[in-house]
Design a protein around this ligand. Structure first.
Ligand SMILES: Nc1ncnc2c1ncn2[C@@H]1O[C@H](COP(=O)(O)OP(=O)(O)OP(=O)(O)O)[C@@H](O)[C@H]1O
Ligand code: SF4
Ligand SMILES: [Mg+2]
Length: 335
C-alpha cells in the first residue's frame, strides 16, 4: 500500500488517491505573449474509500470542477500523483485508461444540456453499455434496473420519452441512471442539484445516497452550497482559490469549523426559520482572487479578518487540529 508521510490525512489504501495534485491551465493573453498559468488546483491531497463520499465545497472559481475532472482524468494533472485502485494513472495515455473509464462516471449540474435532446431515455441510458459491447438483452435489463433505482417507475412510462418531456428533477434522475448503469466504482457529481427546485433537491440527494450505500460507490460530491452536503457526505474538503483550506470528517468540520474561510461558509448557511433568514449574503467580503496571479502567502489573506504579517509572506502548512481534521492556517501554527 502506498503511504504518504507528508500528507497524513490521505489513506493510500483507498480507491481514489490524489497526492499533491496540480492542475494549472496554460493561458496566453496575446499571440506573442508569454504563457501564464491559472493555478486552479494547487497541491491538493485527498483520498476516497469505497462507499464513501467526499464533499468538495468552496465558492465559485475555487477549483472544484477542475479537481473533479482531474480526479476522473478528464484533465491531465500538471503535477502530483493520482492513483485509482492502487494504480498510478497520473500520466497514463487515453488508450491506457479504458479500464478506468469503465469504472468511473460523472453527473453534471445541468440535466438539460447534459442530455442529448434527440435521444430518448432508453438510448441515453444504454449508450454507455453499447460502447462497452453489452448485449441487447443484458442492456434492457440493466436500463430497467437503473430506472428503478432512480425511481422513474413504472419504467415503461419513461423509456421512450425525450428530455423535453421531463421535469428538471426527472431529467437529473435520467442523468444519474446513465451514470450508474455501468456499475461504476467512482462517481463525480458536480453540483447535481444546484439547478433544481429546492423541493426536488432532497429527493435527488436521497437517491444518490441509497445508490452509494447499496453499491459501495465512492463519490466526490461537488457543491458551492455546503448545506446540501449533509445528506450524504462522510468527509469534506473546503477549497479556497485552488488550495485546500480544511479537510476532515464532515460532521466534525461542520460542527466546529476551524479555518476562517470554513467558518464564513458555515455562517452564511441560511437559517431554516424564515424569520431569521437573510437574503443574498456574501460568504465573506471581497472578491475571490485571480488564479493567474494569486495573492502571496495564504491566498485568503486579502479577505481574512485575522490576517497577520506572516499570512502575507508565507503559505501556511496543513496542521492537524484534532484527530483527522487538518487546516491550512497560521492561526494554528505554534511559533
Ligand atoms: N479551460 C480553462 N482555462 C483557463 N482557466 C480555466 C479553465 N477552466 C477553468 N478555469 C479557471 O480555473 C479556476 C477554477 O475554475 P473551476 O471551474 O474549477 O471552479 P469551480 O469551483 O468549479 O467554480 P463554480 O462554482 O463556478 O463552478 C477559475 O479561475 C476558472 O476561471
Ligand atoms: S493563514 Fe492567515 S490569512 Fe490565512 S486564513 Fe489563517 S489567519 Fe487568515
Ligand atoms: Mg464548477
Amino acid at each position: 500500500m502506498v503511504s504518504f508521510t507528508d500528507t497524513p490525512w490521505v489513506d493510500g489504501g483507498q480507491l481514489v488517491v490524489a497526492h499533491r495534485l496540480r492542475m494549472w491551465y496554460t493561458v496566453r493573453p496575446g499571440l506573442f505573449s508569454k504563457p501564464r498559468y491559472v493555478k486552479a488546483v494547487d497541491d491538493v491531497s485527498i483520498s476516497i474509500g469505497r462507499g464513501e463520499t467526499l464533499a468538495i465545497v468552496g465558492e465559485s472559481g475555487s477549483g472544484k470542477t477542475t479537481l473533479g475532472r482531474t480526479l476522473l482524468r478528464l484533465l491531465k494533472p500538471t503535477g502530483g500523483e493520482l492513483l485509482f485502485d492502487g494504480r498510478d494513472i497520473t500520466q497514463a495515455k487515453d488508450s491506457e485508461l479504458l479500464w478506468f473509464r469503465r469504472r468511473t462516471s460523472i453527473v453534471l449540474q445541468d440535466p438539460f444540456s447534459s442530455l442529448n435532446p434527440y435521444h430518448n431515455v432508453k438510448f441515453i441510458i444504454e449508450e454507455p453499455l453499447i460502447i462497452n459491447g453489452v448485449s441487447p438483452r443484458e442492456r434492457d435489463e440493466m436500463v430497467h434496473r437503473a430506472l428503478e433505482e432512480v425511481k422513474l417507475t413504472p419504467v415503461s412510462d419513461y423509456l421512450y420519452k425525450y428530455p423535453h418531456q421531463l421535469s428538471g428533477g426527472q431529467r437529473q434522475r435520467v442523468a444519474i441512471a446513465r451514470a450508474i448503469v455501468t456499475r461504476p466504482d467512482f462517481i463525480v457529481a458536480d453540483e447535481p442539484v444546484s439547478m433544481l427546485d429546492a423541493s426536488v433537491r432532497v429527493e435527488i440527494l436521497t437517491i444518490l445516497k441509497s445508490i452509494q450505500e447499496r453499491d459501495k460507490i465512492a463519490f466526490a460530491y461537488i457543491t458551492h452550497d455546503i448545506s446540501t452536503a449533509k445528506y450524504f457526505s462522510d468527509k469534506i474538503l473546503v477549497m479556497y482559490a485552488g488550495k485546500m483550506a480544511e479537510i476532515g470528517p464532515y460532521r466534525d468540520v461542520i460542527k466546529e469549523p476551524h479555518h476562517p474561510y470554513t467558518q464564513a461558509l458555515i455562517e452564511a448557511i441560511p437559517d431554516p426559520d424564515p424569520k431569521n433568514r437573510f437574503s443574498e449574503r456574501k460568504v465573506v467580503g471581497g472578491e475571490p482572487p485571480n488564479l493567474a496571479n494569486p495573492p502571496s502567502g495564504c491566498r485568503f489573506h486579502p479577505r481574512c479578518p485575522f490576517a497577520m504579517d506572516i499570512c502575507r509572506r508565507e503559505e501556511p502548512p496543513m496542521i492537524e487540529i484534532k484527530k483527522g481534521i487538518y487546516v491550512a492556517c497560521w492561526l494554528y501554527v505554534k511559533r
